[in-house]
Design a protein around this ligand. Structure first.
Ligand code: NAD
Length: 256
């Protein structure tokens, strides 16, 4: 059974990693998918591969940190597919540092993509969803949304804010048919993390992270996409303002 037949879904940052997996899963569930991606060639390649598998998909070059770019993406979505039913705020960047060493530009870059970007997309999608009386917004948060690792400043601040945005909008619009939820992935095997491992001088960096995971491995992007498909479907209408942690159990562990 396809769970998203006829739905119009926007996935930001769907050119690779978790967003790509969500876009692929949504299209196999019958959705028409908009790849709203900063890297236009990667976005177009994913859209083309979905189309060649028989799905309806378009790529719209988008910088979520820029409100005009987001508004243009929304207008293009409406004109090509119609008003959106589903928005996944997945685009995000990791800016990690020491609080007193980061620059204003680092802080701004992190907040503008990870927090402003999600808000700009919600703000552009909500009027369409409210007019339909139906919609689902899924924010890709993080374990950094509720726990802190030293020297990852200011990423967790933006991700804590994203959880606040999720809960705030969830309560504002629950009685008007729009559900808003978050997924908090743990350590997922994506290009973002593979780059960190490649740049780490320690050849055992990946093995050490894997050893810290209760399940002994990193998560797969498809394991996040499966939860996103559930939250986007009409089976999830009583899940409101939730944060579903998909992290292989790493955050339930106390001191060891
Ligand atoms: N990978 C993990 O372990 C992990 C864990 C927790 C949360 N997350 C979150 O999941 C999301 C996706 O992570 P990933 O690992 O797949 O990342 P990734 O870096 O592999 O992919 C992110 C995608 O977003 C795009 N993007 C970046 N800035 C953008 C912008 N301004 N506008 C539009 N697109 C933009 C990139 O071009 C890229 O295609 C992020 O929000 C990240 O914070 C990831």
């Amino acid at each position: 059974m396809q769970r998203l037949t006829g739905k119009i879904a926007i996935v930001t940052g769907a050119g690779q990693g978790i967003g790509e997996a969500i876009a692929r899963r949504f299209s196999t569930e019958g959705a028409r998918v908009v790849i709203a991606e900063l890297d236009s060639s990667r976005g177009e390649a994913i859209a083309e591969s979905l189309r060649s598998a028989g799905a309806e998909a378009i790529a719209i070059p988008t910088n979520v940190a820029n409100a005009n770019s987001v508004d243009e993406m929304m207008a293009e979505t409406v004109s090509q597919f119609g008003p959106p039913d589903i928005l996944v705020n997945n685009a995000g960047i990791a800016v990690f540092g020491d609080p007193l060493s980061i620059t204003d530009a680092d802080w701004q870059r992190c907040m503008s993509v990870d927090l402003d970007g999600a808000w700009f997309c919600c703000r552009a999608a909500l009027p369409h969803m409210l007019a339909k009386g139906h919609g689902a917004i899924i924010n890709i948060a993080s374990n950094h949304s509720f726990q802190i690792i030293r020297n990852t400043f200011p990423y967790p601040i933006a991700k804590h804010g994203l959880l606040g945005l999720t809960r705030s909008l969830a309560l504002e619009y629950a009685d008007r048919g729009v559900i808003v939820n978050a997924i908090s992935p743990g350590y997922i095997d994506t290009p973002l993390n593979r780059k960190f491992f490649d740049e780490d001088p320690d050849p055992q960096a990946r093995a050490k992270v894997e050893a810290k995971q209760p399940v002994g491995r990193l998560g797969k992007p498809e394991e996040i996409a499966a939860v996103a498909a559930m939250l986007a479907s009409d089976e999830a209408r009583f899940i409101v303002g939730a944060n579903i942690v998909v992290d292989g159990g790493v955050t339930i562990r106390m001191y060891e």
